[in-house]
Structures are given as structure tokens and as C-alpha cells.
Ligand binder design. Structure first.
Ligand code: GLA
Length: 407
């Protein structure tokens, strides 16, 4: 693995930070426990849903058997509440012995045997957000080594119970410690979310050098209000956030909640469309054992996934915010293609939005346009041709287009 010495002079301290190790050239895809299963540790009364090795094995089985893995969903990520209240006698973190009796290394083998990857959670601070033991500055090396020795492939490093100075030391130090293990481990930093997500408190060039992805903003909840609030925050701050993203460095608006209780079909499409346009991690938090067919179809939409995973890795932007409460988002893709999303914030009826590619800054030319969610519609358009899309309340129309010839 590559290790580049970048010396940072921060309040008189110099740190060595690790650079790009070739992981996550496209946004990570997978499944994470938190939004759906939270800190359910009641294995007596809720054995199928409690945070335990069985839950992660179940999700790994579903990823492999229900077609997720072949679409790219490969990480199975443990969140908070897995760790024992006590470190072992050598000072290492250990999993709760009743809920993870086989240990994490064995779970990692189960997951690797199925061609998947294992993620784990810790917290830069004295405790995790739910009050379990965290990783204090003096424990960073040993925790990185423990995770690597178990075969962990991804670390979500949260930031509860630490102050900004500890975070400024700890996040780069963990990056270096993970690199020093020699195991390629994707590194997800919650650091910016604890600093308000914006400069001058957050230094996005530093984050891009030490982390593969980072949580910028509030936790997602199971509601359209929450999803809409996140979309709005990312769009309002896109001048800062959009340039920070690229291969190996991604903004993280948090998990996909499609398949849970809070989103309608339209709203679920809206989350998928916007996460694709924003080059966001596609990390679901739902119950893969009990998904409605419509939710599976949205999450397994190949065109939306291809847009999300485009190798150029350029995050999209909001182009237009209409008084009619229609927003238009755009993302440039490889091979001179691009994606458009028309999002309605209306709550009345399907809205007829009239525009043309030329009005959306497209160059003159002939375009082939493909509708991502109806998949049947392919239209040939000149940039100057006016067209109309019908956008359902809180829903989207998402298109993928490319040039077919000169005007
Ligand atoms: C924080 C994080 C969440 C989740 C919880 C766990 O709130 O932002 O994603 O990891 O902690 O306690």
C-alpha cells in the first residue's frame, strides 16, 4: 500500500497522514445495520433482529442469494453496539460474547467465503454514541491492528465523546494506523458531521487525503422529511461539497432507507435517484429478509446503479431550483453521457414541467434519452426541442442521456 508523508502543522503538531490506497474508486455499496436495527441488543425477546452474528450472517446470505452481490452490493457493515463493555486482558476490543460467540474473525470468514466484505464500527472518543467503549487516542494503533487481524475490510469511525482537538489528532492517526496494518481497509470518517460539515471548521482537502468517505451531516431517519432535509442541505452547500468528491473520496449523505416504513414508492425512487446523482455510497439499512418487490426493484435498478458507479466519479449538482418547487439535478458521466433528475417538492398532483436540454445548458446536438425508472422509454431529442416531464408529488423523473451525432 502507498503511504505518502504529508506533514501537517496543526497547532504546533506534525502528523503523518496516509494517502489514497486505491480503494473505493467508485462509491461503496452494501448494507449497514444502524438505521433499521439500531441498538437492539435484546436477543432474548428479539433474536432475529438483535445486533448479533446471526443478523450479519442472514444479511450476507440475502446479499448473495437475492442478486445484490452481483450488482455490486458487497459490504456487510456492523454499526454500534457490537462491542463488549470490557477490553480483553491485552487491552483489545472484543465483541459481546453472548451476541457474537464465534468472534469477529469467524464472522469475517463467513462473509469472505461468500465473496463479500466486512465492515466494523468504532468511535474516536471515550465511548461510542450508544455508550460502549470507544477508541481513545492511546488505543488507535491497537484497535487498527485488532480489526486488521480479524480480516475487517471497512471501518466506520464515529466521533461521539471526543473534542475537536482529539478529533483533529485521532482521525489522521487512525488513517495512518490502518495503512500501517498492510491490510486494505476502507476508512469512513464521521469527523465533518461533528464539526458542522462546512469550512472553515472542516478541511475537505485533508479529508480527501486521509478518508475514503465521510459523513457530512445529520443522521438519516425513516421519513421523507429526513431524506428531503438531507438532499436540501447537500444541494445548498454543493459549491463546497461537490468538488471534494472524486474516486477514492466521497461525501456520505448516510444510508439508503428504501424498504423500511417511512418512504412511499415515489419517495424511495427520489432517494435512489438523488443518491445516484450525488455519487453517494449506496449502503442500505433495511431488512433484506423482508423487502417488498417494489423496494427491491428500486434498489436493484441497473441504470441508477450504473450512474452512481460511473468511473469518472464526478458528483452531480443542482442546476435549477424553480419557484414551482421543481429542482433539476445533473451529473456528468463518462463517454460524454450525463444524468438528469427532476425532483418535485410539491404535494398536490403530478406536475408538468416544460424544458429543453438547451435550457439545461446542454450543447447543440442530437441526444438519446433513457428514462431510468420506466426503462421502456427511449427518446431521440435535439437539444433545442422542448419536452415535458410529468413529476409526481415528492417523486422524480430520472433520465440518462448521451449524444448521438452532430446537430
Ligand atoms: C451516530 C452515527 C450513526 C450511528 C450511531 C450509532 O449517531 O452518526 O450513523 O452510527 O451513532 O450509535
Amino acid at each position: 500500500m502507498e503511504l505518502v508523508d504529508l506533514t501537517l502543522f496543526l497547532t504546533g503538531l506534525s502528523l503523518t497522514v496516509a494517502l489514497d490506497n486505491g480503494l473505493l474508486r467508485t462509491p461503496p455499496m452494501g448494507w449497514m445495520a444502524w438505521e433499521r436495527f439500531r441498538c437492539d441488543i435484546d436477543c432474548t425477546y428479539d433474536p432475529k433482529n438483535c445486533i448479533s452474528e446471526g443478523l450479519f450472517r442472514d444479511m450476507a446470505d440475502r446479499l448473495v442469494e437475492d442478486g445484490w452481490k452481483e450488482l455490486g452490493y458487497e459490504y456487510v457493515i456492523i454499526d454500534d453496539c457490537w462491542v463488549s463493555k470490557q477490553r480483553d486482558d491485552q487491552g483489545r476490543l472484543q465483541p459481546d460474547p453472548t451476541r457474537f460467540p464465534g468472534g469477529i474473525a469467524k464472522l469475517a470468514r463467513y462473509i469472505h467465503d461468500r465473496g463479500l466484505k466486512l465492515g466494523i464500527y468504532s468511535d474516536m472518543g471515550s465511548h461510542t454514541c450508544m455508550g460502549f467503549p470507544g477508541t481513545t487516542l492511546d488505543k488507535i494503533e491497537i484497535d487498527a491492528q485488532t480489526f486488521a487481524s480479524w480480516g475487517v475490510d471497512y471501518l466506520k469511525f464515529d466521533g461521539c465523546y471526543s473534542n475537536p482537538v482529539e478529533q483533529m489528532l485521532g482521525y489522521p492517526q487512525m488513517s495512518k494506523a490502518l495503512n500501517a496494518t498492510g491490510r486494505p481497509i476502507a476508512y469512513s470518517c464521521s469527523w465533518p458531521a461533528y464539526l458542522g460539515g462546512l469550512p472553515p471548521n472542516v478541511n475537505y482537502s485533508l479529508l480527501g487525503e486521509i478518508c475514503h468517505l465521510w459523513r457530512n451531516y445529520d443522521d438519516i431517519q425513516d421519513s421523507w422529511d429526513s431524506v428531503q432535509g438531507i438532499i436540501e442541505w447537500f444541494a445548498s452547500n454543493q459549491d463546497v461539497l461537490q468538488p471534494a468528491a472524486g474516486p477514492g473520496r466521497w461525501n456520505d449523505p448516510d444510508m439508503l432507507i428504501i424498504g423500511n416504513f417511512g418512504l412511499s414508492v415515489e419517495q424511495a425512487r427520489s432517494q435512489m435517484a438523488l443518491w445516484a446523482i450525488m455519487a453517494a455510497p449506496l449502503i442500505m439499512s433495511n431488512d433484506l429478509r423482508n423487502l417488498d418487490n417494489w423496494a427491491t426493484a428500486i434498489l436493484q435498478n441497473k441504470a441508477a446503479i450504473a450512474i452512481n458507479q460511473d468511473p469518472l466519479g464526478i458528483q452531480g449538482r443542482r442546476l435549477v431550483q424553480e419557484k414551482s418547487h421543481i429542482d433539476v439535478f445533473w451529473r456528468p458521466l463518462s463517454n460524454s453521457a450525463s444524468a438528469l433528475v427532476f425532483l418535485s417538492h410539491r404535494t398536490d398532483m403530478p406536475f408538468l414541467y416544460h424544458t429543453s436540454l438547451a435550457k439545461l445548458n446542454y450543447q447543440p446536438g442530437n441526444y438519446m434519452v433513457y428514462d431510468v425508472f420506466t426503462s421502456s422509454t427511449v427518446t431521440r431529442l435535439k437539444a433545442s426541442t422542448d419536452f415535458t416531464v410529468s413529476i409526481n408529488p415528492t417523486g422524480v423523473v430520472m433520465c440518462f442521456g448521451h449524444v448521438t451525432g452532430a446537430p
